[in-house]
Design a protein around this ligand. Structure first.
Ligand code: ADP
Ligand code: 5GP
Length: 222
């Protein structure tokens, strides 16, 4: 692919969905890059959504993917849903910090532009990635703080994936087989959070992020 400006003939990436945010004066003085990784179904997305709701100093970088939308998802909110050709074009013009082909055969990638946009707004950035991409980001940006989220047991992970029911039985099987391998990779990451009870795991994740940002946690009592 020839070098070419990245903005030209491509569908522009829309502004991300708005999330509840704290006032600007609460932003942390030194934004950081956080990577949350772990098996599919461990609860990464659930924890990240809850964390971002509670903290004003964090924003999730929206990835691009070639996988189809699930019911209830919106383009530019959960992901930028791209065709194979569009993904290829963006990869060739260097728009991705990293990208992978997942067990489903679909591609997922972190857009440099998303990370830059979040830092430019003075916020820390959270990436939610499978383990291969998480390790790639750690290698590219060693200052990254990485957090591995796991379910309390493999049986519970399987139950969550089957209950979520967002993939076919075959694809759930592939995700579970991948999860068996990923569980051994927890040692490569800075922190491991076991998502047993959601509120407890959220408090632990919030404390990790708060500690890394040099501030106290922001958990509110309920
Ligand atoms: P991931 O993003 O890691 O693939 P999700 O956040 O989609 O996982 O969570 C998988 C499923 O498990 C969802 O249906 C979610 O509601 C459920 N879940 C998440 N955390 C917990 C928890 N602590 N206890 C029980 N169910 C949970
Ligand atoms: P899902 O199809 O369940 O949304 O995502 C499948 C897997 O892809 C999850 O483990 C998720 O963390 C991972 N993922 C999402 N976006 C990216 C990305 O940009 N890069 C990488 N490497 N993995 C991603």
């Amino acid at each position: 692919m020839p070098d070419q400006p990245v903005e030209d003939d491509r569908r522009p990436l829309r502004a991300p969905a708005t999330r509840a945010r704290q006032p600007v004066q609460e932003l942390s003085p030194e934004p950081k890059l956080f990577v949350v990784t772990g098996p599919s179904g461990a609860g990464k997305g659930t924890l990240i959504d809850a964390l971002v709701e509670r903290r004003g100093d964090l924003e999730v970088a929206i990835s691009a993917t070639t996988r189809p939308l699930r019911p209830g998802e919106a383009d530019g909110r959960e992901y930028y849903f791209l065709s194979e050709e569009e993904f290829d074009r963006r990869a060739a013009s260097g728009e991705f910090l990293e990208y992978v082909v997942y067990v489903s055969g679909q591609r997922y990638g972190t857009l440099n532009r998303e990370v830059e946009r979040i830092f430019a707004a003075g916020r820390s950035c959270i990436l939610e990635l499978e383990t291969q991409g998480a390790k790639a980001v750690e290698a590219l940006r060693p200052e990254t703080v990485s957090i591995f989220v796991q379910a309390p047991s493999f049986a519970e992970l399987e139950r969550r994936l089957r209950e979520r029911a967002t993939e076919s039985a075959g694809e759930i099987g592939e995700r579970l087989a991948l999860a068996r391998r990923q569980i051994n990779e927890a040692v490569h990451f800075d922190y491991v959070v076991t998502n047993d009870r959601l509120e407890r795991a959220l408090a632990e994740l919030d404390a990790v992020v708060g500690r890394e940002l040099g501030a106290t946690g922001t958990m509110r009592s309920r």
